[in-house]
Design a protein around this ligand. Structure first.
Ligand code: GRF
Length: 209
């Protein structure tokens, strides 16, 4: 049986929710969020950046914004599942050390195990570059183009035990243009994501329980 969602406390401008952002790559979404938090009165504040990839370009925003940014690579292990659980335990310990209240996935390219999800369910949020339930998984733009779709978009959703199956919080459409490449579509969708995710987080974090 799957666990219920347990939302975070209500964040406020005076007492913002302490966020960790998990990334794997360039971190353009992370940068948009940090800029938003810096230039607006926000009910959330980024206190920690974690990447599973030591070469993730987005790690540099930690230094730029004075926020601890750490790479936690997959540890060596005999079995894949043991390796995933050990890795997630390292991440969980770090989140606890920094009193993190909400985990924001922003281009984090690993699927989390149900063990990790159950610890954070309701306080674990993701943005996916399609209009879910269409095109889940790691190749959303490729799949939308291969399908001949003329509309795609992005979805902010809570993370559950499945892959991109959690409760949808917000979506925004993006038109697919004739001759779009994966890269062109990805860039246009990212521009929308960069506006949507911070705004949705503002609303989500001020709701609370
Ligand atoms: C975004 O399109 C996000 O939806 C997807 O990965 C991309 C992250 O890009 N999961 P970046 O690393 O923030 O530039």
């Amino acid at each position: 049986m799957s666990e219920p969602y347990l939302p975070p406390r209500k964040g406020s401008i005076k007492n913002p929710l302490r966020i960790a952002v998990l990334i794997s790559g360039s971190g353009s979404g992370l940068l948009a969020l940090l800029n938003h938090q810096q230039s607006n009165q926000s009910p959330h504040i980024t206190k920690l950046i974690i990447s599973d990839n030591i070469n993730a370009g987005g790690l540099r925003y930690g230094e730029d914004f004075g926020i601890p940014a750490v790479a936690i690579s997959l540890p060596d292990s005999v079995s894949k599942i043991e390796q995933r659980i050990m890795h997630e335990n390292l991440i969980h310990d770090k989140l606890m050390n920094y009193d993190i209240e909400l985990v924001v996935l922003s281009g984090y390219m690993r699927i989390l195990t149900s063990t990790f999800v159950s610890k954070w369910k309701g306080r674990l949020i993701n943005i996916h570059p399609s209009l879910l339930p269409k095109y889940p998984g790691a190749h959303a733009h490729r799949d939308a183009l291969a399908d001949g779709a003329n509309m795609t978009g992005c979805t902010v959703h809570l993370v559950d035990e499945g892959v991109d199956t959690g409760e949808i919080i917000a979506q925004e459409e993006v038109e697919i243009l004739d001759g779009d490449t994966i890269e062109e579509l990805q860039e246009r969708v990212k521009k929308i994501e960069h506006q949507l995710y911070p705004k949705v987080l503002d609303t989500f974090c001020s709701k609370g329980v």
